[in-house]
Write a protein that binds this ligand. Structure first.
Ligand SMILES: *Cc1c(COP(=O)(O)O)cnc(C)c1O
Length: 422
């Protein structure tokens, strides 16, 4: 880089962007003393979230992970019956889960005693591979629950995944934490699952600093989730309990922020889209691809990611905590690019490390298009990709995608990436 050695202000991956209305609603909550887990802002967030996602009901919760937990628990109880008090609702049951995702997608399966079986990623969409899911149903026809996430705001074939679930009589939990506002054939992400979850975590497309919603078309699910999220009190004059409860309800203060953010969702998406397109243009002459856009989908462009063409990868090895690479002229790898970005005070990130490669899940089953994989450590066998998740993790990375990044800063990032191919 010729014109500077380091960004003075850090260029972030994704940070919150406030607009002013948030403060107005916080002020209202404060002045009326609704500093609680009840209040008008929560009601409004639930109304807007349901309307936006084209679902009948939304339940405001402390985070998306809580929404996924209540969804998993409800699915488990409706499929397998109510467990004993100290047992999970999925005790010993296999559940098909996205493999290349944040672990929050499937941790709740484990909270409820379920056994995640990881479904490989589709090369053309970076999301759960419908063909691998079909294969998994061939291998385990008794599985009745699928948890599938949309990655980085670029949805894959969730519509097909839904059809496959219906064909096999399985319930679908859609983790739309990263995909709010994205669509598949014009239908909102968050509207495909029997249960769906969205997130207002600080780095998502809009935020409440934290928070999330469970979305459903089933009133019974919404009522149950609301009850469980507030310690599962029965209707009685005293604290009466028939089942285990949680303290998962959204705060009315958090809801103020979320309520103030919703009107800016489309603006944030437009900013993120412009960032993605500038990267695409800036990398035109490099041997890289941006994250794929699946036919018929409109992403929300939450994180811009890139993947290096195989022939331009220098050797890179990663163990459980460190990464090393051997620099070759004209070639690079995510480790070099991420280190270089950090040197210049810009924040990138590796692709989500696939769950089947994580120490805690190494003994779990992993299903690819070809069938059973258990844990594979090499993405290629005889030059052929057999573990798509491992391959994308190997060659891909997330780029700074903050909607407050200036064009000058983004040009700098593009130059840094280019310099790695020298
Ligand atoms: C952020 C995220 C979550 C968790 O959201 P929280 O609101 O922080 O609990 C779950 N799944 C995916 C895919 C995410 O990116």
């Amino acid at each position: 880089m010729s014109n500077f050695t380091r960004f003075e202000n850090k260029v972030w991956l994704a940070t919150p962007t406030m607009h002013g209305d948030e403060m107005k609603y916080i002020q209202q909550a404060y002045e009326t003393n609704w500093m609680s887990t009840v209040g008008e802002n929560i009601n409004e967030v639930e109304r807007i979230a349901a309307e936006k996602a084209e679902m009948k009901y939304a339940v405001g919760l402390s985070c998306c992970t809580a929404a996924l937990h209540l969804a998993v628990k409800h699915a488990g109880e409706s499929l397998y019956g109510k467990p004993a008090v100290s047992h999970g609702a999925l005790e010993g049951k296999r559940v098909f889960c996205s493999d290349m995702t944040f672990d929050a997608t499937l941790n709740p399966v484990v909270y409820e005693g379920g056994i995640p079986v990881f479904i490989d990623t589709e090369e053309s969409s970076w999301n759960m591979d419908p063909l691998a899911l079909e294969k998994a149903f061939e291998m385990y026809p008794d599985v009745k629950l699928v948890v599938s996430a949309e990655l980085y705001g670029f949805p894959g074939r969730m519509d097909l995944i839904k059809q496959i679930c219906q064909k096999h009589g399985a319930l679908l939990i859609e983790d739309a934490a990263e995909a709010m506002g994205a669509t598949i054939h014009g239908k909102q992400c968050g509207s495909f699952g029997d249960y769906s979850a969205i997130s207002y975590n600080g780095n998502k497309i809009i935020t409440g600093s934290s928070g999330g919603c469970l979305l459903t078309n089933d009133l019974e699910v919404a009522n149950k989730a609301r009850k469980w999220s507030t310690q599962a009190r029965e209707n009685a004059p005293w604290y009466q309990h028939e089942e285990v409860g949680y303290n998962y309800r959204m705060s009315n203060v958090i809801a103020s922020v979320v309520r103030g953010q919703y009107p800016y969702l489309e603006e944030h998406i437009a900013q993120k889209k412009a960032i993605y397109e500038r990267y695409k243009e800036g990398f035109r002459d490099l041997p890289v691809q941006m994250n794929p856009i699946t036919d018929g989908t409109e992403p929300n462009y939450w994180l811009s990611c890139m993947i290096i063409d195989k022939e331009y990868m220098c050797k890179q090895v990663r163990d459980d905590s460190t990464a090393l690479f051997v620099k070759v002229s004209g070639k690079t790898c995510p480790t070099e690019i991420l280190e270089k970005l950090a040197e210049y005070n810009a924040e990138g990130r590796p692709i989500w490390k696939p769950m089947h490669m994580q120490p805690m899940y190494r003994m779990h089953e992993f299903v690819t298009r070809e069938g059973s994989g258990r844990c594979r450590t090499n993405a290629y066998i005889e030059g052929r990709v057999t573990d798509v998740g491992a391959d994308i993790f190997d060659r891909g990375l997330c780029l700074p995608s903050d909607n407050k990044m200036t064009e000058w800063e983004q040009d700098g990032v593009i130059e840094i990436v280019k310099s790695c191919f020298k």
